[in-house]
Design a protein around this ligand. Sequence first.
Ligand code: PLP
Length: 449
Amino acid sequence: MPETYTTPKHPQIVTALPGPKAKALIEKDEKYISPSYTRGYPLTVQRGEGAMVQDVDGNWFLDFCAGIAVCATGHSHPQVVKAVEEQAKKFLHMSGTDFYYENMVALAETLDRVSPGNSPKKVFLCNSGTEAIEGALKLARYHTRRHGIISFYRSFHGRTYGAMSVSASKIPHRAKMGPNLPGVFNAHYPYAYRPFFGRTTPEAEAEACLEFIQTHLFKHVICPSEVAAILLEPVQGEGGYVVPPANWLPGLRKLCDEHGILLILDEVQSGIGRTGKMWAADHFNVEADILCSAKGLASGLPLGAIIAKSDVMTWPPGAHATTFGGNPVSCAAALATLELVEGSLMKNAEVQGQLLMSKLQDLVDRYDCLGEVRGLGLMVGLEVIESKVSKRKAHDLRDRIVDLCFESGLLILGCGDNTIRFCPPLIVDGEDIQTAVSILEKVLSHESS
Ligand code: PLP
């Protein structure tokens, strides 16, 4: 008989954290698991439902990180579980590299339909975000016969060599592992709260960032005719949940078109309804030549996608392939996920995101240690600072707030040097938002007293 249980609507902390079973698990984990992971606080999960997660000692948490922006439809959404079960009973694997199966094609057809812009698309399915980026880099170089890639400071694109080389986020991600992929050049991404070029409006800062590429990179560093692609996150994720102004993506699109450069958008974190539209690029009306997806795409099953214009995805048989990519169970989960996201969750992300932003703005107005709230939909960042006057980044305070929220039953994560990220499942409601903000406020008032 399966164990029955009732999922509460609010956090319930019933042991010290970590509890006894959690402590035992963490001890064993330390013995056998790679030390390269970055666990912040000791959450040891045994089940999840919707936006709630229970640990091995029976404590319940409200999840505002969703397995790093992955569980788009919430934990174990019944429709996703049903699709997974049905597919698992049919077959688990056959490899789309060598054979054909229906839901792989159905998913590609759906991704073509929901992708930004009107150009027909072709899709390569893989297993993760980093793999999608890796393939996109190969495709861009193959298609253009050029080698240069422009990517941005604070960007994060993954952990394999190509993806690591185009990332410029944190030193530990790449320290002692060089040399990296050659041909990568970094440029500045507009960050209105801390403008590198010191411009006074977000749009002017974006103009300065565009100008840097033209007057610096293209004049002194690499000839534009040797640049295969400009690669970026339409909203920076790991780097601090930085939302660019409206002229940034169209400006890059124009620059790419002028020089025959491909525009690659990394929507691994920002895609699949998270920002209140299917893709963050939809907020800016920009069509990428290559778009990378993963994370929320299959609600937690491993799946990545390279969605490219058909006239760009021109590589021949053998140029790129994968044994597991486009696994039929993951494809089934993705089809169920996209149906739910298109149905109501995308809209919910917009509505709840606005509510979350307004409540966090109220905290920013009242607490000197909060610098700015920014975001799109349910991709929301809150900058923790020493004071509004200095704007100095408060890294340790940010980490303490995240830890104390955990102890009060709220799961959040940091990003960038000093930002708290809120990326809950897209199924959260107003009550969940209120609960999360109340817990955060209690922690803030304790820290400020
Ligand atoms: N791109 C972005 C924007 C990401 O946020 C991440 C992961 O956090 C990746 C790529 C890498 O994805 P994965 O961890 O699935 O390899």
